[in-house]
Design a protein around this ligand. Sequence first.
Ligand SMILES: Nc1ncnc2c1ncn2[C@@H]1O[C@H](COP(=O)(O)OP(=O)(O)OP(=O)(O)O)[C@@H](O)[C@H]1O
Ligand SMILES: [Mg+2]
Length: 262
Amino acid sequence: MIHTPETALLRVSGVTVRFGGLKAVDDVSFEAYPGELLGLIGPNGAGKTTLMRAITGVVGANAGSIQLSDQDLTRLPTHQRIRKGLAFSQQLVRPFRQISVLDNVALAAGARHTHSPMKALLHTDSRHERDIARRMLARVGISRHADQMPGIQPLGVLKRLEVARALAQEPKLLLLDEPLAGLNSKEAATLADTIAEINRQGITIILIEHNLGEVMRICQRLVVLDNGRRIASGAPREVMQQPQVRAAYLGAPAESTEEHSA
Ligand SMILES: Nc1ncnc2c1ncn2[C@@H]1O[C@H](COP(=O)(O)OP(=O)(O)OP(=O)(O)O)[C@@H](O)[C@H]1O
Ligand SMILES: [Mg+2]
């Protein structure tokens, strides 16, 4: 498919987020196209999570706009952005500890229809939400933990629960913030396979990850941030060879500068 800004599912234009004097996200533009699995990478503190929060409306952007298909999300609160087709999983997993794994997902399914957590909690009685929840747990491979409490689950299950909660909102665009963090290499590879499978089933995904091996294996395209700015984008292998990307990851000056100082 030919990628032009007009065919984008998500269009981020000139987004800036300031925290006091710090520009955590500095005039960033990029697109995500329908069906894509797009990697959003960059060193610690690059602004990846903040950019994701600006897309989902958890933090306000000081400048710029965010569009999903032809809808302008820029001024909408998070629950309305979810209703329009966004869902996200967070870097830190925070399930409700007093209810089962299944009910955590059913709660998210209910939350799509109401932004009051209390009302969503009441909604989870409905068979419909539990049916959705069961399907999503199967999709991420943790059905056998459905009736257990989150507190006893290993991190690998909690990371999948977080993805299932996001999927239960039936998104067009799924944003995942470091789903592989803290997992061993085998667990990370199998969850990466699950994410690629969810993408093949038709959900567009933006994946924030530090595990570059898995990113290179499953992502079709990359956007790289450093110091709040977009420094590169394109095919994974080509992007990783660009000097400014290598410099950002090594924390060293770009090659040309090194030559001058040598
Ligand atoms: N709520 C906040 N208040 C003040 N500064 C913040 C806040 N959130 C993030 N920052 C700062 O903004 C910058 C970008 O942080 P952000 O968490 O977006 O980076 P990141 O790319 O997600 O990093 P990591 O890979 O470590 O998760 C950092 O300098 C961070 O300290
Ligand atoms: Mg982050």
